[in-house]
Design a protein around this ligand. Structure first.
Ligand SMILES: Nc1ncnc2c1ncn2[C@@H]1O[C@H](COP(=O)(O)OP(=O)(O)OP(=O)(O)O)[C@@H](O)[C@H]1O
Length: 241
């Protein structure tokens, strides 16, 4: 197994009076795609937000590349190399696709080789380069949000439900883009509800329920064990179609 780039140990998170994460432990190995699965309300988004410092862990440890980031501020966590694409995406709908990407590269212009690579991942963005991002479809906006996250080289990408609400053809494009990101050696932690997408993309899988990790291991074990899927995720056979 490669060294973990990200490690969570006993992470607990409270949101106001609510105790949401009850001791979350898992690793994200470098150079792999780890899927974070679980039923609605399991705590997946809260886990990503806690990693980013948007919620403060009330106990436990979060280490990134060996460094303790549990109490770090969100801008410091981003500067350390973690990019986060929330479900609500965070793109500027009044600005063009080009402006959205230019603004995302904080340390200077995006170098042209990287831009070509990004637009190769998401060809629709090239097509709508000079159009306001508000005109893009839901899936294209999601692609723009991911392109913004990788406008500069990052060490870890956290992406929350990139296929949510997308038509099957867009889900397939999104899967292809993540396959290309994996092939480029990116380290990714992906929250996904689409089990087909999860099964083809995941190297490792972590399943949450009620703010706890209830399973972790290779994705291939979960894909081949339908009773485990049923028990952990309530999936039936049609989840594979
Ligand atoms: N701002 C908040 N205030 C209070 N409770 C919250 C808040 N945000 C999330 N929660 C609660 O925390 C729990 C976990 O929510 P979270 O969004 O992390 O789950 P999730 O696994 O990402 O779910 P989904 O798949 O539906 O997005 C839920 O019970 C949710 O209602």
């Amino acid at each position: 197994m490669p060294e973990p780039l990200l490690q969570l140990e006993g992470v607990q998170t409270h949101i106001g009076p609510y105790h949401i994460l009850h001791g979350v432990d898992f690793d994200v190995p470098a150079g792999s795609l780890t899927m974070l699965l679980g039923r609605n309300g399991a705590g997946k988004s809260t886990t990503l937000r806690t990693i980013m410092g948007l919620w403060q862990a009330s106990s436990g440890r979060i280490r990134f590349d060996g460094r303790d980031i549990t109490a770090s501020a969100t801008p410091d966590i981003a500067r350390a190399g973690i990019a986060y694409v929330p479900e609500a995406m965070g793109i500027f709908t009044d600005l063009t696709v080009r402006e959205n990407i230019v603004l995302a590269a904080r340390s200077g212009p995006v170098d042209s080789a990287r831009l070509d690579w990004m637009l190769g991942l998401f060809p629709a963005l090239r097509r709508f380069w000079n159009l306001p991002a508000g005109n893009l479809s839901g899936g294209q906006k999601q692609m723009l949000a991911i392109a913004r996250a990788i406008a500069e080289p990052r060490r870890l990408l956290l992406v929350d439900e990139p296929t949510k609400g997308l038509a099957p053809v867009m889900v397939r494009s999104m899967i292809e883009a993540f396959k290309a990101l994996k092939a480029a050696g990116e380290t990714i932690l992906l929250v996904e509800q689409n089990f087909y997408a999860a099964s083809v993309l995941g190297d490792g899988v972590v399943v949450m329920d009620d703010g706890r990790i209830v399973h972790s291991g290779p994705m291939s074990d979960l894909v081949t064990d339908q009773s485990l899927q049923q028990r952990l995720l309530g999936l039936s056979l049609d989840a594979h179609q």
